[in-house]
Design a protein around this ligand. Structure first.
Ligand SMILES: NC(=O)c1ccc[n+]([C@@H]2O[C@H](COP(=O)([O-])OP(=O)(O)OC[C@H]3O[C@@H](n4cnc5c(N)ncnc54)[C@H](O)[C@@H]3O)[C@@H](O)[C@H]2O)c1
Length: 423
């Protein structure tokens, strides 16, 4: 079945959703309030770093299956499905801010054709499906929750090969109509009520954050008892009940989702009458982890970073993306700057200017005159740099490897002291 689909919000989730649905054969309009972004996308240029996405957008533009517009209501008038892919940032009280969702619902509500379906892909608190229904003021339009689980860096692959498709609706025929849009994608479908679908998304992200905080806590234990966390997680991961994924220590979880979604779930639980102490602990461990990395850097330069030059490799919140939203790398850098350090940073995917942070053209330039190098994002290419050249550039040969990404023996052979994490 080929459908006419509106995708509102053309960010990481929206561009991927629009391009992949067009690739599956649907006629898709991507709509955004950001005029520059719409112009750029209409020329086939992608404002984000995401493997394979540009090719897919160009394929859609060339076939005529994909176009972009700022006219949300105009586009809605000819679409039987409208996907919401707009931000749901954290409000000051920790709850998710639904103002973008409500704005879109208000704008497209009067224009949507009879019996159309609004599909919510944004991460929204339990009860938001009802909020959208209320704002739409359209008894004939169904609202279906269809949370997105793609990972930045492999968004296209994840959309086209998902581990599961979750559809939350009280209206079975609407759920079937949404499921039919994904014909051609082999994956389990979980059809449930809207509250359960919304909870699945938050519970999944909270569980992933818990895994990372747990492994970071184990890394701290390893440092205390002389164990090697890399071997510990390898030994743990072979147990299929635990698994290898998301068991890598680092400077803490970040990005555009886990921080806001964990805080939101704490508030959702509170609103439902439950104090989610476990998740609060997960958040606390994550904050402590940033400070643990800062302490390692301070120790590496002899106890004080004030007036010292620090090289930082990595700005993105994880490798293979340019997303710096809530990046632990940036957080650590800002903490060092607040203590008087001059930080020279480099990231393969992130270009400056960045408020208050000097962003260098390459990894070696960032090391010029530095007394310590801190590795903050797990880009694989950092392993293969010329450490003779790095040593020539630096004033002192100290490395803090917050991702355990470098080969300790290689850098030690070139005279560096290497402080990893949990080993
Ligand atoms: N980024 C991820 O990895 C990811 C994964 C799963 C779910 N999500 C969820 O998906 C949602 C979108 O996330 P994202 O990372 O794609 O956001 P984003 O910030 O990358 O993109 C959002 C886009 O929406 C546009 N926009 C904002 N308000 C609008 C409005 N009123 N009308 C039209 N367009 C509007 C913005 O201009 C922007 O282009 C969030 O709820 C997020 O939690 C994100």
């Amino acid at each position: 079945m080929m459908a006419d689909i509106l995708v509102v919000g053309t960010g990481y989730v929206g561009i991927t959703t629009a391009a992949c649905l067009a690739h599956l054969g649907h006629r898709v309009v991507g709509a955004d309030i950001d005029e520059r972004r719409v112009e750029q996308l209409s020329r086939g240029e992608i404002p984000i770093v995401e493997d394979g996405l540009e090719e897919l957008v160009r394929e859609g533009l060339a076939s005529g299956n994909l176009r972009f517009t700022t006219d949300r209501a105009g586009a809605a008038a000819s679409c039987e499905f409208a996907y919401l892919c707009v931000p749901t940032p954290q409000s000051p009280d920790g709850r998710a801010d639904l103002s973008h969702i409500e704005d879109v619902a208000r704008t497209i509500g009067p224009a949507l054709p009879l019996d159309s379906i609004v599909v919510n892909k944004s991460t929204v608190p339990v009860g938001s499906t009802r909020v959208v229904e209320r704002v739409l003021e359209r008894g004939d339009v169904s609202v279906v929750s269809n949370p997105e689980f793609l990972r930045e860096g492999s968004a296209v692959h994840d959309f086209l090969h998902p581990e599961r498709i979750v559809i939350g609706s009280d209206d079975q025929s609407a759920a079937i109509r949404v499921a039919s849009l994904y014909i051609g994608i082999a994956s389990p479908h979980i059809v449930t009520d809207p509250a359960s679908a919304e909870t699945i998304k938050y519970a999944s992200n909270a569980f992933l954050a818990t895994k990372v905080s747990f492994v970071n806590a184990i890394a701290a234990v390893c440092e205390g008892v002389g164990a090697d966390v890399n071997d510990v997680v390898l030994g743990m991961g072979y147990d299929p009940r635990i698994g290898h994924q998301f068991l890598r220590p680092g400077p803490g979880w970040g990005g555009s989702c886990l921080p806001k979604d964990t805080h939101a779930l704490v508030r959702i639980a509170e609103d439902g009458g439950y104090q989610f102490d476990l998740l609060k602990g997960v958040i606390t461990v994550n904050e402590q982890q940033l400070e643990r990395i800062v302490t390692k850097v301070i120790e590496a330069v002899g106890g004080d970073v004030d007036g010292r030059v620090v090289a930082a490799w990595g700005l993105a919140f994880k490798a293979r993306t340019d997303d710096i939203r809530d990046s632990p790398a940036i957080d650590v850098i800002r903490r060092l700057i607040a203590r008087g350090a001059t930080v020279k940073a480099y990231d393969p995917a992130v270009r400056g200017p960045l408020d208050g942070i000097e962003v260098c053209e390459d990894a070696y330039a960032a090391c010029e005159g530095a007394e310590v190098l801190v590795v903050l994002t797990e880009w694989d290419e950092f392993r293969w740099l010329d450490f003779d050249k790095v040593a020539d550039a630096m004033k002192q040969l100290a490395i803090v490897d917050s991702r355990n990404v470098l080969d300790r023996t290689t850098v030690a052979r070139r005279g560096f002291t290497h402080r990893g994490i949990g080993r």
